[in-house]
Design a protein around this ligand. Structure first.
Ligand code: GSH
Length: 332
């Protein structure tokens, strides 16, 4: 959506919540819901990472849409017969229309679908990960980290707000600008914020406290796409991430932490952005580069201290049915 050359995100979501007490009519219940994602999408990837860090794979099964789509949005073209095997639908829009036949907003991921009715319950991505942390606790794995601990919430919320406006959405504001001025403003705001974040992370391993939190997940999903997509496709090119030493080491540290890099699919990421956004890349050509094997180089951030999982422990290896296909991403 564009207003006067400036990109404006449609932030009207389906905000029904799945909660432990079921106050919106949708109680937390293992196996009842299906988390629909695309591994290409940074907003959905937050949910993929948090689900894995917390060990919710069995309780909240996941459907993965193919990386490219047409005007009618996401399809299940990676599945046999082009249908999600549980929901039985070819397109995510069918679940949105089951919820509201007149639904006229974005058919977006992430979305959580109620399997018995086939209706989307929520696509409110910011609330989805917080609810995974706070409402699905009965199904967290042993040793799951506290990603949104009460004592740190004000600080996490404050960091998230600036990261959202300037970075997560900032790259889109630069990339989809319809005027030189609005592009330049978004570019400046983005890199000013990245400079501030570099300073913050110089002496501190994680964004808030000394363990990974929701704030790190949210920054990571943009940083991991930076050199592969945002630097070229969205013209966010003052530097590559790999030319910003502190942020680059921070991002590699997270990438190499179980639950982060093992969810990343660079093949889906690149094909999605370059092939779907024909308005800014009319040929649909996907660049061959950059060489992404640098994500596995040593980060040397452990010297800063910090305990990624606090008193908990890392998740086990990804289950084979959820593994990112070989060759799509250098494996951590
Ligand atoms: N709906 C949210 C975030 C989710 C989102 O934008 N997802 C994108 C992919 S990264 C999507 O599903 N786009 C599908 C479409 O617009 O057809 C927003 O717009 O702020």
């Amino acid at each position: 959506m564009k207003r006067g050359g400036e990109y404006a995100r449609d932030s009207r979501y389906l905000t029904t919540r799945i909660t432990a007490d079921g106050r919106d009519g949708f109680p937390v219940e293992p196996g009842r819901y299906r988390l629909v994602v695309s591994r290409a999408c940074p907003w959905a990837s937050r949910a993929v990472i948090v689900r894995r860090l917390l060990g919710l794979e069995q309780a909240l099964p996941m459907a993965i849409a193919g990386p490219t789509h047409d005007q009618r949005s996401w399809t299940f073209d990676l599945d046999p017969g082009g249908r999600d095997p549980v929901l039985g639908i070819e397109r995510l829009q069918d679940a949105y229309f089951a919820r509201d036949p007149g639904y006229d907003r974005g058919i977006t991921v992430p979305a959580i679908v109620d399997v018995p009715t086939g209706e989307v319950v929520t696509n409110d991505y910011a609330q989805i990960t917080i609810d995974m942390s706070l409402e699905w606790t009965a199904y967290h794995r042993e040793g799951a980290p506290a990603l949104y601990p009460p004592a740190l919430r004000p600080e996490i919320d404050a960091v998230n707000e600036t990261v959202y406006g300037d970075v997560n959405n900032g790259v889109y504001r630069a990339g989809f600008s319809g005027s030189q001025e609005s592009y330049a403003a978004a570019y400046e705001r983005l890199f000013n914020r990245l400079d501030l974040l570099s300073r913050r992370l110089e002496g501190s391993r994680y964004l808030v406290g000394d363990t990974i939190t929701e704030a790190d997940v949210r920054l990571f999903t943009t940083l991991v796409r930076f050199d592969a997509v945002y630097h070229g496709h969205f013209k966010c090119n003052r530097q590559k991430l790999s030319e910003m030493p502190v942020l680059w080491a921070y991002a590699r540290d997270l990438f190499q932490t179980p639950g982060f890099g093992d969810t990343v699919d660079f093949d889906h990421i690149k094909r999605h952005y370059y092939m779907v956004h024909r308005d800014i890349n009319p040929t649909g050509i996907v660049p061959e580069g950059p060489d992404l094997s640098n994500w596995l180089t040593p980060h040397d951030r452990a010297a800063l201290g910090g305990r990624p999982f606090g008193d908990g422990k890392p998740p086990e290896a990804v289950a084979p049915d959820e593994a990112v296909p070989a060759g799509h991403t250098p494996l951590p």
